[in-house]
Design a protein around this ligand. Sequence first.
Ligand code: OGA
Ligand code: NI
Length: 389
Amino acid sequence: MCEHIYIHIQIIQLSLSISLSLSMAAETASPLPSNTFPSQPTKITSIKTLAESPGLTSIPATYTFTPDLHGQVTSVPEGSIPVIDYSLLISGTPGQRSEIVHELGRACQDWGFFMVINHGVPQKLLSSILDGCKGFFDLAEEEKQEFKGNNVLDPIRSGTSFNVSVEKAFYWRDFLKVFVHPVFYSPTKPAGLSEISLEYSQRVREIARGLLTGISESLGLEGSYIDKALNLERGKQIFIANLYPTCPQPELAMGMPPHSDHGLLTLLIQNGIGGLQIQHKGKWVNVGTHSNSFLVNTGDHLEILSNGRYKSVLHRAMVNNKGTRISIAMAHGPSLDSVVSPAPEFLVSSKGDEPAAYIGMKYKDYLELQQSNKLDGKSCLDRVRISAV
Ligand code: OGA
Ligand code: NI
């Protein structure tokens, strides 16, 4: 009874905070006080333009983060990040398949992160889509502005940092975010991007669904469980291209701060320059470069659905002074109208009833909440966590 009241209060608080954050998002980006940082233009320029300013040897104060956000990085022994051979999941013998399902489960439990090899997407398509994104970032600023979007749920949005309307310091990053499923969108420029993006999105979505089938099985469920429960036929797929230009003071800048992703699985590729780090057992681990592999992380909605059995992984993007990095993160989530809560199958354990550790929330509301606020660790997930039970 007491628990019910508590949950009820949390829901009221949550809806209050959602409406608050939505009204914040509705405001336009507030210009920075120009007298505070004279080197910073009042309109926040793209990081590409800033990074290409002639003679740039230091970064403006507005892009500086204290060293504690950079933290200590551990190197893990070569080969310790889990690797999943996708071809065995799809066309292996029953024995090979069950071994891969087991490995997937272990990777989700121990790391929330794994690399996928033998996925069947041609290297040519991977390089074409990376080139297409480079072409987008190379467009003139005014052309990119056509795709800036006004609202966090607009199907095409391009911009800089993560959410400049709520950030005090900015990330060394430009982005393009496009909804590619269930309805496919694409910017109309540069020429050819739309066709490549459609093909790439479909191929990656197939792989994500294949992996989620294996992950369902690894949780002791039917292979199609997640697909059906979260209506993946109409699942939200978001294409996020990230540009991290060469930075003169990489030790002071941050590409993306520590965060977990919304949704179920994110599949990432990059242009041969590394920068992704994941948190493993409390330490930051360099992922490095792995051409021809997908770097996959589990998202908040897998954590919610599994009632915490598979935790979403914290990760961040570092910048460097060796070359411009482009990454493409493809996020796969439930359908926008799915209400995601812990599956009933996980509310019992060998010890008896297991309380739900998260309240249910519509994926659309979660997405809106996450995108309208600062990107900050697992703060969005914390808002649906039931801490008192
Ligand atoms: C993301 C992300 C990391 C990277 O887009 O959500 O975590 O290395 N990107 O670009
Ligand atoms: Ni991410």
